[in-house]
Write a protein that binds this ligand. Structure first.
Ligand code: FEO
Length: 397
């Protein structure tokens, strides 16, 4: 059921405790998610966003407990992706003439998804919709993260309905940022940014500066996934600005796959070398075949340096590592350094293949990489430690 955010705004969304993957199987959601929909009551009543289609019927039944659907004057579709628009077809069957406010691109996307000709009203940045004492002000947020995305700002209450921006896939019995475990909240927020928004970082910076430039007071940010930011809501705005500026912690992430543990031994020895030369550095190792891809990507996002390792197989590399390197190519990380390593038995192409993929993904190579023939013996492991030490030293620069 819903809950009251203030005397005018009510959350009417759905907490999805069961969700474990999102965007098909592309994004892991260990902590579930929520689809936040908001009902705003003034002289007029507006509904902002809906929920994912499997919950459409439940959403509408609950909404009927909150309001006579025919009293809804306006539907605001901040974003056409089906996790937010999925209940529109069923809702609009019940209130067919109600205007649907969205961007021009939103109309295209909604028509593309549902092939219905609802009473669309296109809006642009700065357009206002009066609800009575309050207004909704619309701000286009093109490519954050779809062409149609937009924010809606409610005057008087000073609430920004930001849709995907500032959201997290995080189901909770709590609703506000000051009520939940802060480490969990930030882990989900950075994962969302790293895996979904990184390609659009330049636009994030530009859009935030534009919205800040409006000088609108801000009491709350209500995203369409996860927790509402009411305690110091600017903290997540500042955090986004930080993340958008080619974010790097003092961290090295080592990802590898291994067939008979030779490359794993190399990874661990390199990690030891980095730590011995640079005790302050955070060093994290992930076997790409056994680790959650999106969590690993979040760690790469936080890193200054990525080390990637695979043995050679069929003149190439193991598929789990190839997959993650392909994914980070699309994310377009900037200002990060990298190096390759791997064991081999006879032809030994893996280091060259990995290096090419790292370069193609926009990483600056620190060196030509490190190859070890067969299972590393003591001298080979010492070579790996030395390789790590050199990297650890270079991190201090
Ligand atoms: Fe939460 Fe882009 O949908």
């Amino acid at each position: 059921m819903g809950f009251q955010i203030n005397d005018r705004v009510r959350w009417v969304g759905k907490v999805d405790w069961e969700l474990r993957t999102f965007h098909g199987e592309e994004y892991s959601t260990h902590r579930g998610s929520s689809y936040n929909s908001y009902l705003v009551r003034d002289e007029k009543i507006a509904l902002i966003d809906t929920v994912w289609q499997p919950f459409a019927q439940e959403f509408i039944e609950n909404l009927k407990q909150e309001v006579d659907l025919k009293q809804i004057d306006y539907v605001i579709a901040n974003h056409a992706e089906i996790d937010h628009s999925g209940a529109l077809p069923e809702l609009m069957e019940l209130i067919p003439g109600t205007p649907v406010y969205c961007t021009a691109n939103g109309i295209k996307s909604l028509k593309g998804h549902y092939h219905r000709d609802w009473n669309f009203v296109p809006v642009k940045t700065g357009d206002k919709l009066s609800l009575g004492k309050r207004e909704l002000i619309f701000v286009e947020a093109r490519m954050l993260h779809w062409p149609d995305s937009m924010f809606s700002y409610l005057t008087e209450d000073n609430i920004l309905f930001s849709n995907d921006a500032f959201g997290q896939h995080y189901a909770s019995e709590f609703r506000y940022n000051d009520q939940v475990d802060q480490a969990e909240l930030y882990q989900e927020a950075i994962k969302y940014y790293a895996n979904i928004l990184t390609p659009f970082s330049k636009l994030v910076e530009h859009k935030i500066n534009e919205v800040v430039g409006f000088n609108l007071p801000l009491s709350m940010i209500c995203p369409s996934h996860g927790i509402i930011w009411r305690e110091n809501p600017l903290q997540i705005v500042r955090q986004y600005l930080d993340w958008a500026k080619d974010y790097r912690d003092n961290q090295v992430t080592i990802i590898y796959d291994t067939m008979w543990n030779s490359t794993r031994k190399m990874a661990e020895a390199i990690g030891q070398g980095i730590k011995s030369a640079n005790p302050e550095a955070v060093v994290k190792l992930f076997n790409s075949a056994r680790s959650d891809k999106n969590d690993t990507i979040s760690e790469i996002f936080k890193s200054k340096v990525l080390l990637a390792g695979s043995p050679t197989i069929n003149r190439g590399i193991l598929s789990s590592l190839a997959g993650i390197l392909e994914e980070i190519k699309g994310l377009g990380f900037k200002q990060k350094k990298a190096a390759a390593f791997g064991s081999y038995g006879w032809s030994g192409e893996s280091v060259k293949v990995i290096s090419e993929k790292l370069t193609g993904a926009g990483f600056e190579l620190l060196n030509d990489g490190l190859k070890v023939l067969w299972n590393p013996d003591e001298p080979a492991l010492e070579e790996c430690v030395a390789f790590g030490k050199q990297l650890g030293e270079s991190l201090k620069e």
